[in-house]
Design a protein around this ligand. Structure first.
Ligand SMILES: Nc1ncnc2c1ncn2[C@@H]1O[C@H](COP(=O)(O)OP(=O)(O)OP(=O)(O)O)[C@@H](O)[C@H]1O
Ligand SMILES: [Mg+2]
Length: 227
């Protein structure tokens, strides 16, 4: 799809069979390299659903999603798993591996992709540094605060150089200073590496740093922040 990192066309999503389960009613969205879009909307409006569909983590009811040129709606589970390697996922619940240190957690995607270890360690240290945790690489999740764990999860999502970053409330548990560090990292990588970023947030300061702000309402995307 014309070089877009993410393209969604006429995407609908209904949970279950009843009309009441319709969450998305015709989403059209395109993100090229270097683009960032912030999505706002009230609780239950379908923001997380939108991210899940964009990353092939859930199936559309109708419509099409292209990730870096691949039509996700035409792929089987095995092929989808390969496509998901293009993603950097930052979700509300970050699920660090508790038996691994912060540094090993950040290294995990590179390890799964069999990347050369020395370069991966350097990239992981750089990411931890950029979220303000350069001294915490040897610590286990249980030895980190909730906000520190969240920053490790952000570093992990971004260390593997994703084409598309999907972030659901990435600064949800963080104070202003930590939020700003995460935002600097996020938008810095979008600019430096030409990644694209689709971000869900209630944080007006964070949303304002995105190129476009959209609001999800009645199953559709409209331009601008919350009314
Ligand atoms: N697996 C599911 N099965 C059935 N209904 C679901 C499922 N997941 C979400 N929903 C419903 O779809 C709607 C949208 O949910 P979604 O999680 O996308 O909202 P959201 O905008 O992310 O909300 P929040 O801001 O609270 O995170 C909600 O009404 C929710 O109850
Ligand atoms: Mg949500």
């Amino acid at each position: 799809m014309s070089g877009a990192v993410l393209a969604m066309r006429a995407v609908t999503k209904r949970y279950g069979l009843r009309a009441a389960g319709v969450v998305l009613r015709g989403i059209d969205l395109e993100l090229t390299r270097g683009a960032s879009v912030a999505v706002t909307g009230v609780s239950g409006s379908g923001k997380s659903t939108l991210l899940n569909l964009a990353g092939g983590l859930d199936r559309v009811t109708s419509g099409t999603v292209w990730l870096d040129g691949a039509d996700l709606t035409a792929l089987d589970e095995g092929e989808l798993a390969l496509q998901r390697r293009k993603l950097g996922l930052i979700f509300q619940f970050h699920h660090l591996l508790r038996d691994f240190t912060a540094l090993e957690n950040v290294l995990m995607p590179a390890r799964l992709q069999n990347r050369p270890r020395a370069a991966a360690v350097a990239a992981a240290r750089d990411m931890l540094d950029r979220v303000g945790l350069s001294g915490a690489g040897h610590r286990y999740p249980a030895e980190l605060s909730g906000g520190e764990q969240q920053r490790v999860a952000v570093a992990r999502a971004l260390a593997a150089q994703p084409a598309l970053i999907l972030a659901d409330e990435p600064t949800g548990n963080l104070d202003r200073a930590a939020s700003d560090a995460v935002a600097d990292l996020l938008f810095g990588l979008v600019a430096e590496r030409g990644a694209a970023c689709l971000l869900v947030t209630h944080d007006a300061d964070l949303a304002a740093r995105a190129e476009r702000v959209l609001t999800l309402r009645d199953g559709a995307l409209a331009a601008g922040g919350p009314a």
